[in-house]
Design a protein around this ligand. Structure first.
Ligand code: PLP
Length: 355
């Protein structure tokens, strides 16, 4: 606390990111949904190539090469793409530029915990809509007074995905609201809403290279929408930071988006590992929510989730526990390599047999 803080600083409840421990090779890190595989070698080479004397110059303020690659990948026009320093920054600009209206913003009660933080930062009125008892988003519940709607698809931390038909119905019922679909985890089995952008000028789809392209350390995210919405975001960005992406990030992310074969390969591996893991967890008595993401959300009728997270931590495995209502007895576990998952199952088996 300081007398020198602006008033708003006193009111903020900042987001708490998952633990990023100092390098420890024995640790199995399954707490922040990073990809267990390395980035594309083409992306790494592009970053190395970009580490040259040109770094004395500012980067392209519009990250045009990256936007073009994203546009090519998704069959869009470059003016339908916006990029930022991680999708967290893209989301922040969206909250400030597109979600503050006279009517409340709606999002699920169990969802990405950064959303209420942005609402606090930008003074946005919001209302949470409870997931049903199976932890699913019920789109009819959003047919109520609102200025905008946002949720992740698949949802986090549940991993449950919503089909495109339902997203389209939601859009049709909310033509006067901005609808944001946060697709951080879409590439692990979900159906992207990007094709709907051509038909719905109120839709924004947000993605990231942090998960499916194994580049969380590079900090690159993007939004895709009607050019008018993108223009609004560019106005916010150019009132905040003209150069959110550095030259290395632009080079690496562009090459990663262009390396489609590697991207598909690692996504497929994560999906296969997830399906095997789910069966093994069920055999140990866990209830596993149906996941279309690179993590599973699990609970056990006889185990306390918080204690279990601590017991795993003692075995050098970090998973994520949220103490929020309804999910306090659940753990979110990121999908690692097959070898990491084997170790996880071995430790869970011994913890369970010792309780
Ligand atoms: C639902 C969701 N959206 C957005 C993000 C932010 O991702 P990044 O800022 O790394 O692009 C995350 C990160 O975990 C997430 O879970």
């Amino acid at each position: 606390m300081s007398q020198f803080w602006s008033d708003i600083v006193h009111t903020l409840t900042p987001y708490t990111p998952g633990e990023q421990p100092k390098t420890n090779n024995t640790l199995i890190k399954l707490n922040t949904n990073e990809n267990p595989y390395p980035p594309s070698t083409q992306a790494l080479q592009a970053i190395k190539n970009a580490a040259n004397q040109d770094l004395r110059l500012y980067p392209n303020p519009n990250s045009d090469t990256l936007k073009q690659s994203i546009a090519n990948f998704y069959n869009l026009n470059i003016n339908q793409v916006f990029v930022g320093n991680g999708s967290d920054e893209v989301l922040a600009h969206i909250f400030q530029g597109l979600l503050k209206h006279n009517k409340p913003l709606l999002f699920p009660d169990i969802s990405y915990s950064f959303y209420p933080v942005y609402c606090g930062l930008y003074g946005i009125d919001y209302k949470t809509i409870p997931l049903n008892k199976n932890f699913e988003i019920v789109i009819e519940d959003y047919n109520q007074n609102n200025g905008a709607i946002i949720f992740p698809n698949p949802n986090a931390p549940t991993g449950i995905g919503l089909g495109l038909k339902k997203i389209e119905t939601l859009l049709q019922c909310n033509l006067d609201s901005v609808v944001i679909i946060d697709e951080a985890y879409i590439d692990f089995g979900g159906e992207s809403a990007v094709p709907l952008i051509q038909h719905y000028p109120n839709l924004v789809v947000v993605q990231t290279v942090s998960k499916s392209r194994a580049l969380a350390g590079l900090r690159v995210g993007f939004a895709m929408a009607h050019p008018d919405l993108i223009q609004g975001l560019i106005r916010i960005k150019d009132s905040f930071n003209s150069y959110p992406l550095d030259k290395l990030a632009i080079a690496g992310a562009t090459a990663a988006i262009d390396d489609v074969a590697y991207f598909k390969d690692i996504c497929q591996k994560v999906i296969q590992t997830r399906e095997v893991l789910i069966l093994q967890l069920q055999q140990l008595g866990f209830t596993v929510l149906p996941s279309q993401a690179n993590f599973v959300f699990i609970t056990h009728p006889e185990l306390n989730a918080k204690h279990l997270a601590l017991a795993l931590r003692q075995q050098n495995i970090i998973v994520r526990h949220f103490s929020a209502p309804r999910i306090a007895n659940y753990l979110r576990i990121s999908i690692g390599t097959d070898a990491e998952m084997t170790q996880l199952i071995q430790h869970l088996t011994s913890i369970i047999s010792n309780t």
